[in-house]
Design a protein. Structure first.
Length: 173
């Protein structure tokens, strides 16, 4: 755990899967077929704070639901990729476009579609309820399930290590 915390000092970028990480994985389907999800408000606070503090924040999802874009855009996250069938390729393109080193990236995933992409990140993280195959390759397993504050846990840890959590300068906008 100590080496994980030490490694947080170089993090500049958070990349999240959506279903099972930023949501609890539940999908609600209306009579017209529209799918909706529930996002955690504490995760939302941490996500928008990370954006305001200048971190790169990105979401890569296999889902095609535009509600994901609407929610994350409302938090200031503009790098939202839905319908990503090849998360590895999207991850690599994102890093190339933004000129980010993989060693400065935390990827948070929870299920088999994240297995190869999570291994490309400098730090690999998953929620408490991730599948065993993901837990086996992670540097940190949050004690919090997906959609219940896992993103907040990860972001808060980085900000605390970097001296930006509850820093008056960070909240003066």
């Amino acid at each position: 755990m100590e080496s994980f915390l030490t490694r947080l000092k170089d993090i500049t970028t958070f990349i999240f899967d959506v279903d099972g990480v930023l949501t609890d994985g539940s999908v609600f389907v209306a009579d017209n077929g529209e799918q909706t999800r529930a996002f955690n408000i504490k995760d939302g606070y941490a996500l928008q704070l990370a954006v305001k503090l200048g971190y790169n924040v990105c979401a890569i999802s296999g889902s095609r639901s535009k509600s994901i874009i609407h929610r994350l855009n409302s938090l200031g996250i503009t790098d939202v990729y839905i319908g990503a069938r090849n998360k590895d390729e999207r991850f690599k393109l994102y890093l190339e476009e933004k000129r980010i080193k993989a060693t400065n990236v935390i990827y948070v995933g929870d299920d088999i579609p994240d297995l190869t992409v999570i291994q490309l990140a400098g730090l690999r993280v998953c929620p408490a309820d991730a599948v065993e195959e993901i837990k086996a390759v992670c540097d940190y397993v949050s004690p919090i399930p997906g959609g219940k504050g896992c993103a907040r846990d990860v972001i808060e840890k980085v900000l605390k290590v970097q001296g930006k959590w509850m820093n008056a300068e960070a909240y003066s906008w």
